[in-house]
Design a protein around this ligand. Structure first.
Ligand SMILES: Nc1ncnc2c1ncn2[C@@H]1O[C@H](COP(=O)(O)OP(=O)(O)O)[C@@H](O)[C@H]1O
Ligand SMILES: [Mg+2]
Length: 253
C-alpha cells in the first residue's frame, strides 16, 4: 500500500492524501495517456472526488485546456448551469469561431439572458457545444473534468452527451465521477465517448482504513476499535472517518 500526495495541486488547495487506489491510478493513467476518457463511479463517500482531483492534478497540466464543473443537488434544476461552469471562462475564445446561429444559441444559454431552451434551439445548441469543443481542441487538447454527474442539470447532460458521442478523434477527454449504488452508471457511460473506461471504486481494506484514521489524527483508537470501524463502515472512507470522529470523542468499550 502506498500513500500518495499531489504536489502538483496549486498551493492554495490543501493537497489530498490518497491512500491506496494504486491499481485505479495505474489503469486511469494508462487510459488517459492513450487519449481515452475515464468515468469513476461508486457510492457516496467512497472517494470519487478525491481520486478525480488527484487525476485532474496529474493530468490537467498547462499543455491542456481544462474545463471543470461540479454539480450540486440543490442546483440541478437550473438549465445549462454545468455548461456555463464548463464554458463560461472560454466562451470569448471560441465565440467568433462558431457559425452565428450556434454562437447566438450558446451565448443566450450560457448567459441566461436570452430565452434559450433545448426545445427551441435544440440543434443549434447541440452543434454549438460540439463546435466549441472542436475549436478549443484545435488550439490545445481539452480535458473536461466533471464531478457529481448524477446532479448535472438535464440540459447540460443532454448537450454534453450529444457532443461526446460525436467527437471522434478530436482530442477532448472526459474525466468524470458519478454517484451510483448499482449499475446506474450505464446511463452516464452511454453519454460518454465510446472508448470510456468505467471504474468502480472498491471499499478500502482494513489496513487502509487504519492508515486513513491515523492520518486524520485518530491515533489513539485501540486496534479492536479500528477493526470494528472497518467492519461497520464496510471500508467506506467517509463513514470510517465519521465513526473515527464519533468514537474518538466518545470512546465506548
Ligand atoms: N483513498 C483515500 N485516501 C484518503 N482519504 C480518502 C480516500 N478516499 C476518500 N477519502 C476521504 O473520505 C472522504 C470522502 O471522500 P470523497 O472523495 O468526498 O467521496 P465521494 O466523492 O465518493 O463522495 C473525504 O474526507 C476524503 O478525503
Ligand atoms: Mg464527491
Amino acid at each position: 500500500m502506498t500513500v500518495r500526495r499531489d504536489f502538483k495541486e496549486p498551493a492554495r488547495c490543501r493537497p489530498d492524501l490518497v491512500i491506496g487506489r494504486d491499481e485505479l491510478f495505474t489503469s486511469a493513467h494508462e487510459q488517459l495517456a492513450r487519449g481515452g476518457s475515464v468515468l469513476l463511479h461508486g457510492p457516496a463517500g467512497i472517494g470519487k472526488s478525491t481520486v478525480l482531483r488527484a487525476l485532474a492534478a496529474d493530468y490537467g497540466d498547462a499543455a491542456r485546456t481544462v474545463l471543470r464543473c461540479s454539480a450540486t443537488e440543490s442546483e440541478s434544476h437550473l438549465p445549462f448551469l454545468a455548461l456555463a461552469d464548463l464554458f463560461g471562462l472560454v466562451l470569448d475564445e471560441v465565440a467568433d469561431k462558431l457559425p452565428s446561429a450556434q454562437r447566438t444559441a450558446l451565448e443566450s444559454a450560457l448567459t441566461g439572458r436570452g430565452e434559450s431552451t433545448l426545445q427551441r434551439d435544440g440543434l443549434a445548441l447541440r452543434l454549438a457545444v460540439l463546435s466549441a469543443l472542436r475549436a478549443l481542441a484545435a488550439a490545445k487538447p481539452v480535458l473536461l473534468v466533471a464531478d457529481d454527474m448524477q446532479w448535472l442539470d438535464s440540459a447540460s447532460a443532454e448537450l454534453l452527451g450529444f457532443a461526446a458521442r460525436r467527437l471522434g478523434d478530436t482530442p477532448v477527454q472526459l474525466l468524470c465521477a458519478v454517484r451510483t449504488e448499482g449499475q446506474e452508471y450505464d446511463r452516464h457511460l452511454r453519454a460518454s465517448p465510446p472508448d470510456t473506461l468505467a471504474v468502480r471504486l472498491n471499499p478500502l481494506s482494513p489496513a487502509q482504513v487504519s492508515t486513513l484514521l491515523d492520518h486524520r489524527g485518530y491515533t489513539d483508537l485501540p486496534r479492536s476499535t479500528v477493526r470494528e470501524i472497518h467492519r461497520t463502515s464496510g471500508g467506506n472512507p467517509l463513514f470510517a472517518l465519521e465513526l473515527g470522529r464519533a468514537l474518538g470523542e466518545n470512546p465506548t468499550p
